[in-house]
Write a protein that binds this ligand. Structure first.
Ligand code: ZN
Length: 134
């Protein structure tokens, strides 16, 4: 029997997202947008400037996906520039807690325990990015 290979295994693997420099182009096979080295350099510079503007240990992140993009990241926080001059902060720390039990109270207590642990982790994450808390 033939092994079934999902299309994503060939088109979305790590190697295919490795950009290659060809003349002025700096683009990966998976992207295929024809991104340029100049666009990459601009994204790196803007990412560094954004990280510096945010301060507090934020680092630039640059990636390619039909163009070169940048953000400033630290811990669970990622700050992205928008086209209208505003910035969006993704604070990636709030999961949904889903628990199951034959006893409805155990299901509730289990969800509460997960949520309480999450509060502890969120406080740790806030401290890790230097948030001032009262
Ligand atoms: Zn590209």
């Amino acid at each position: 029997m033939d092994k079934v290979v999902p299309p994503n295994d060939r088109t979305w693997n790590t190697a295919s997202w490795t950009p290659k420099l060809r003349g002025a182009k700096y683009c990966s096979r998976a992207c295929g947008n024809g991104c340029t080295k100049a666009e990459y350099v601009a994204a790196v510079k803007k990412g560094e400037a954004l990280a510096k503007a945010v301060g507090n240990g934020f680092k630039p992140r640059v990636w390619e996906n039909m163009g070169w993009y940048y953000s400033a990241v630290k811990g669970v926080a990622a700050i992205h520039p928008n086209h209208d001059g505003t910035y969006t902060c993704y604070f990636n720390s709030t999961p949904q807690f889903v628990t199951t039990s034959v006893d409805p109270q155990v299901a509730l207590y289990s969800a509460q325990a997960h949520a309480e642990r999450h509060v502890e982790l969120t406080l740790q994450q806030l401290k890790a990015i230097g948030a001032k808390m009262s």
